[in-house]
Design a protein around this ligand. Structure first.
Ligand code: EPU
Length: 415
């Protein structure tokens, strides 16, 4: 097990350029299964989840080669349409191959994902939408066997909730379906719009991605394309909060501040100064933040994947803050770890109550998950003394060079 050691007290200041988004690149890799040939993706982060998705593609028959921030993927004519349990367990995003494999070859076998640290995380909306398009599912021995005996046909699907994964699975299925598909109450995430850009470059006809109604006009076949992955707004937001929590001034480059509209507004309300540019923004932290009330919501609301980091920032606010988690049933494991550092935080149902304290003090904590580990690092950067974050591998799933970047911005941190 790997740990991150951080000694608090130094402001996080300077300039950082963010890498491509985990939650975009993983879907782009799946999209490549839709047509044989060679693809090139640029701005690909060196993170564990990309390696795991590479393993999923290799299992299916594709070959992935990395050269720095570029990956090349060769997709053969014939695929092995299967995502086994060990890969789905390691990374839930593996289930996105369902839509693409059904569209490409009319069959897919994907292990049914179980619960995880955020609660049960069902995939009913993925399945119901694909069924509406003509797919049939059978769950046998923990594996979802999907077939489309008569191919997939476009239809109107209205999602109960704007699920990112369900929207993406249906989009991947719809591009090669017969006729047109309308996805209503679709997720509006920038990463999803980036996926639609790649699909359109491959010859698809997707309109309205990034809004809550996506129209897809099915085409008979697609072709390979090259693409540059959109910036990771969660990485941008995490470094911005590290600066905010330590009273530093950080210029974040390569990310449209509009992608963090609500998060930056809340940081301003908490006392940060934010200067927005075209593809850059600068955040300066206050001496102590003002307390805030925040509710996580699908985009363009406050992102659930910024919730733990925001709580770490508000832990030292002058007053009591309230963060309501609306996206996940159970994203609270980090709270106990934060309290070990002297924070005064408790969860009451979906609400997290944060009573601001004067100081945090470093100790050993568990990383829990990607964003929790990032949040505990932020807490450690603003705490007295040394914090050890165990299970630091969680960070590797979504942040390329996390420790090195923070060290270059003034942190006393190592691995
Ligand atoms: N949901 C259902 N039924 C479904 C699908 C989703 O009830 O059929 C529920 C989930 O249980 C959850 C909520 O809807 O409570 C939102 O889930 P969504 O499908 O939107 O999320 P996801 O596609 O599984 C992606 C990101 C997550 C991010 C969420 C929300 C990827 C690989 N993952 O997950 O990212 O939190 O959207 O924005 O894109 C992370 O990066 O740390 C991370 C967890």
């Amino acid at each position: 097990m790997d740990s991150i050691r951080v000694v608090g007290g130094n402001p996080i200041s300077g300039e950082v350029t963010v890498h491509g988004a985990k939650n975009a690149v993983l879907k782009h890799m799946v999209a490549m299964l839709l047509a044989p040939g060679r693809y090139r993706l640029d701005n690909v982060p060196g993170i564990l989840d990309v390696d795991i998705m590479g393993e999923v593609l290799e299992h299916i028959g594709a070959a992935c080669t990395r050269n720095g921030s570029v990956i090349t993927v060769d997709v053969p004519d014939k695929l092995n349409p299967e995502a086994p349990l060990d890969l789905v367990r390691r990374m839930r995003a593996s289930i996105l191959v369902l839509g693409a494999l059904l569209a490409r070859g009319g069959a897919a076998r994907v292990a049914q994902p179980g619960g995880d640290d955020f609660g049960s995380r069902p995939i009913g909306m993925h399945i119901q939408g694909l069924e509406q398009m003509g797919a049939e599912f059978e769950l046998r021995h923990g594996v979802l066997n999907a077939t489309a005996p008569n191919g997939l046909t476009g239809t109107e699907i209205f999602l109960e909730f704007p699920s990112v994964g369900a929207t993406e699975n249906l989009l991947l299925a719809a591009v090669l379906a017969k006729g047109s598909t309308v996805i209503g109450n679709a997720a509006r995430e920038p990463e999803l719009a980036d996926l639609a850009n790649l699909l359109n470059a491959m010859g698809a006809d997707v309109r309205g991605a990034g809004t809550s109604t996506i129209e897809v006009y099915g085409v008979p076949e697609l072709h390979p394309a090259d693409h540059t992955v959109v910036a990771d707004r969660l990485v941008a937001g995490t470094y911005a909060l590290a600066a905010a929590a330590t009273g530093g001034t950080l210029q974040v480059n390569g990310c449209d501040p509009d992608f963090l509209r609500m998060e930056l507004r809340k940081m301003e309300a908490a006392g940060c100064t934010v200067v927005r540019g075209a593809d850059t923004f600068t955040v300066s932290g206050p001496e102590r933040p003002n307390a805030q009330d925040i509710a996580t919501l699908p985009y363009p609301g406050f992102h659930t994947d910024m919730h733990p980091q925001m709580v770490a920032f508000l832990a030292k606010a002058t007053g009591t803050s309230l963060v309501t988690e609306n996206v996940y049933a159970a994203r609270f494991r980090y709270i106990g770890e934060l309290n070990r550092m002297g924070a005064d935080v408790h969860a009451d149902g979906q609400h997290v109550v944060i009573r601001g304290v004067d100081n945090l003090s470093g100790c050993e904590v568990d990383g829990c998950d990607i964003r929790a580990a990032a949040a505990l690092t932020i807490a450690g950067l603003s705490a007295d003394g040394e914090t050890i974050i165990r299970d630091a591998e969680h960070i590797d799933r979504g942040y390329d060079g996390f420790v090195e970047v923070l060290a270059s911005l003034g942190a006393d941190i190592d691995r």
